[in-house]
Design a protein around this ligand. Structure first.
Ligand code: BGC
Length: 747
């Protein structure tokens, strides 16, 4: 502890310490003037600053700030350097706008595309989500501004988000819902973490000692502080005891009083409060090391950066006969209100008062001859409007439809009822696509869509997500080939909602949602079920093509402590410069517990001139081969064969090589008095001990009498029961024999 913190801790009264644990206002911490301790200011997050002009008021106008692409878009860039750069710009804006901590990034896994807040989250895959979040955090914090990684944890739906109890098994929790947080925390070390509103396995996240203390502090060694989501605390004393340092929003004098009284009555040990205050002080003092308000907002520079980021986030999903890029010589019919009134960010706490907002139409008009019509102002089918659009489309060479999911369907606060566009949008796309004019659809939305009704009829599709205030320029750049698209979806686009296993339990019943699909989220699910998808995880097209060759692995037989280097050549075999996202998946050939067929374990983005080849190297460490085994309560890697699969999406694997893990994680024996024969046989020490007993038990047995293989037939019997079948010939009771065997197992 630094001197200043110990000095403050010794001088603060009980009342002051309790007060520090709740906000002084919705957006700032308590100041203690007599000790010279100032408050710090927090603001949403995550893809731009929503810094209230009045930090004393919960909902007021916020200062203008740059709205960058949302997390769903950013993750599609698969570009960690870019996320870092965006983080630095966010920090600059925080400094300009007197903000100490940005409330983001959002790290929750996209369990279902219906989650209304998916636009604020990165991916269905914890590695992609964790790496992108870590990069953003590192970028922001490199400038002395803090972050709040949210919402910890298992906040994967908006329905009943304030109360729902997410029931998740331990393995799924660690492998899917905590793994991304773990990566972001270990690689990014966010100054703060924001707990979620919901409950996890019974306890509210704000009062969940398992999550806040066991996982966060004991397992991961996290040293920052945890704040509540706004209004997530139910029992202030329990929450402090569970490991929640700051309750937001404030002020909340009765909460402060509750803490004071709990200490006075001996219900809360003051040392627990001291630890909380110490954690708070550490970050408050750290935040104050970076002076705020001493630089102006770089409106133009950050707008330009937002455009550059957006241009790496927009995914080319379909491009029949290379319709795109447009040449500029075509007569283009531009249809859809999103071309003039851009839908570029989501609704709710992340809603930014943007400095400038670009619309696509003026950019397109600079590129060539364009005729514009609104077309989709109504939600319900409007045949007159459709007929007008068809007429304009028919006289054009290419129709570009701007189709945005309305905020009434997708936002923080509620989940989507379905995966479709509005009836008018579907009818409009179909009508225009059925003209003789070739058709491009540009989409603005935060998560996967059901496109079955129209995808086969259109020629090209750009998934532009919610690309931020400068997204329009990026869309135009991609449509006209000034930028070669290089993004890939960070989530699977299923054919239909019913294909998603989570759908069976989404959004749960009453106040409970069971994560019955377990590990089978996103591509892990579709692969396990052999389910066809519309666009696989990691998929995205380019205006050029790439060839993969020369896969080399640093060792074909390796131990768990060795890092494995995977290297290969990627060549741009097309005519234009481009960027490719190289994805490395690992398939465990045989494992004691079922595993998803393959999982993403490393990725990199490489930039290539036409005909250029680059040699890329990616590293796989022990985690790449491990899974969480609940019986051991830890991550384990089992010795045996693994396939290293290198691809351009989860479904397009170009190179593979098998490697052998010769020595897995050393594990204690799990054998006990009730263990089954099969469990004894699977245990390396147990098998050796039990074999002589088996030989004697079965020595007089003729397998033909039962027509079975005896060991297989009895393998799921407890060993002691099996021994009892031969009781007359035993010198000791089966219990004693088993206990004796157990005593010979060494740790
Ligand atoms: C949201 C958080 C947000 C907070 C403050 C909550 O309702 O869930 O993500 O940071 O409000 O606006």
């Amino acid at each position: 502890m630094t001197d200043r913190i110990s000095e403050l801790l010794s001088q603060l009264t009980l009342e002051e310490k309790a007060a520090l644990c709740t906000g002084a206002s919705p957006w700032r911490t308590v100041a203690v003037d007599r000790l010279g301790l100032a408050s710090i200011i927090v603001a949403d997050g995550p893809h731009g600053l929503r810094r209230s002009r009045d930090v004393e008021s919960l909902i007021t106008e916020s200062h203008p700030a740059t709205c960058f692409p949302v997390a769903a878009a950013l993750s599609a860039s698969w570009n960690v350097e870019l996320a870092y750069e965006m983080g630095q710009a966010l920090a600059d804006e925080a400094i300009a706008l007197h903000t100490d901590i940005i409330l983001g990034p959002g790290m929750n896994i996209k369990r279902s595309p219906l989650c209304g807040r998916n636009f604020e989250y990165f991916s269905e895959d914890p590695l992609l989500a964790g790496e992108m979040a870590a990069a953003l955090i590192n970028g922001i914090q490199s400038k002395g501004v803090g972050t709040s990684l949210k919402h910890f944890a298992v906040n994967n739906q908006e329905t009943r988000r304030f109360s729902v109890n997410a029931v998740v098994d331990e393995r799924t929790l660690y492998e899917i819902y905590l793994a991304g947080f773990e990566i972001a925390i270990k690689k990014g070390n966010p100054w703060t973490i924001m707990c979620a509103y919901n409950r996890v396995n019974g306890d509210f996240c704000a009062e969940n000692a398992y999550l806040l203390t066991h996982v966060l502090r004991e397992r991961w060694g996290y040293e920052g502080f945890v704040m509540s989501d706004w209004g997530a605390v139910h029992d202030r004393v329990r929450s402090v005891m569970a490991g929640l340092e700051l309750e937001m929003p404030g002020p909340s004098p009765h909460r402060t009083q509750a803490l004071i009284e709990a200490v006075q009555k001996g219900e809360l040990d003051e040392s627990v409060l001291n630890v909380a205050v110490e954690r708070l002080l550490k970050i408050i003092l750290k935040a104050q090391e970076t002076p705020k308000g001493n630089q102006p907002l770089n409106v133009e520079g950050n707008h330009a950066l937002a455009r550059r980021v957006a241009s790496e986030c927009i995914v080319l999903l379909k491009n029949k006969d290379d319709l795109l890029p447009l040449k500029g010589t075509e007569h283009v019919a531009v249809i859809g209100q999103a071309a003039t009134t851009p839908v570029y960010q989501g609704g709710g706490s992340s809603h930014i008062n943007s400095t400038v907002v670009d619309a696509a139409l003026p950019f397109l008009q600079q590129e060539g001859e364009v005729q514009y019509i609104v077309g989709d102002a109504s939600v319900e089918v409007d045949s007159v409007a459709i007929a007008e659009c068809v007429q304009i489309a028919e006289s054009a060479d290419v129709a570009v439809l701007f189709i945005a999911l309305p905020a009434s369907i997708e936002s923080e606060g509620y989940d989507r009822p379905h995966l479709s566009l509005t009836p008018q949008q579907v009818a409009l796309i179909q009508a225009v696509a059925r003209t003789h004019t070739r058709t491009v659809v540009v989409l603005n939305n935060g998560s996967a869509l059901d496109m079955r009704e129209w995808i086969d009829e259109v020629d090209a599709v750009l998934e532009a997500w919610l690309p931020g205030q400068a997204g329009a320029g990026a869309i135009s750049d991609i449509l006209y080939g000034k930028v070669n698209p290089s993004a890939k979806v960070g989530e699977t686009f299923p054919l239909k909602l019913q294909d998603i296993p989570a759908q069976l339990n989404f959004p749960g019943e009453g106040n409970e949602v069971r994560y019955g699909e377990g590990l089978y989220v996103g591509y892990r699910a579709f692969e396990a079920m052999g389910q066809a998808v519309l666009f696989p995880f990691g998929f995205g097209l380019s205006y050029t093509q790439f060839a993969y060759s020369d896969l080399q692995v640093s060792a074909t037989a390796f131990g768990i402590a060795d890092a494995l280097e995977v290297s290969l050549n990627v060549t741009n075999v097309g005519a234009v410069a481009g960027q490719e996202v190289v994805q490395v998946y690992v398939h465990d050939v045989a494992s004691k517990l079922k595993r998803p067929y393959k999982e993403l374990k490393a990725f990199t983005k490489v930039s290539l001139a036409p005909q250029e080849t680059k040699h890329v190297t990616l590293t796989l460490n022990d985690r790449a081969f491990s899974y969480y085994h609940p019986a051991y309560g830890q991550w384990i890697a089992e010795a045996g064969a693994f396939d290293i699969l290198v691809g351009s999406s989860s479904a397009d694997i170009h190179l593979s090589q098998q490697v052998e893990l010769t020595q897995g994680t050393r594990l204690p024996s799990l054998l006990n008095e009730d263990s089954l024969l099969s469990e004894w046989m699977e245990d390396p020490q147990g098998a050796a001990l039990v074999q002589p007993l088996l030989d004697s038990t079965f020595k007089d047995v003729n397998e033909d009498d039962l027509g079975v293989n005896m060991v297989d037939f009895f393998k799921d019997l407890p060993l002691k029961t099996l021994l009892g079948f031969n009781g007359a010939s035993l010198e000791q009771s089966p219990d004693v024999i088993v206990r004796d065997l157990l005593s010979k197992i060494t740790a």
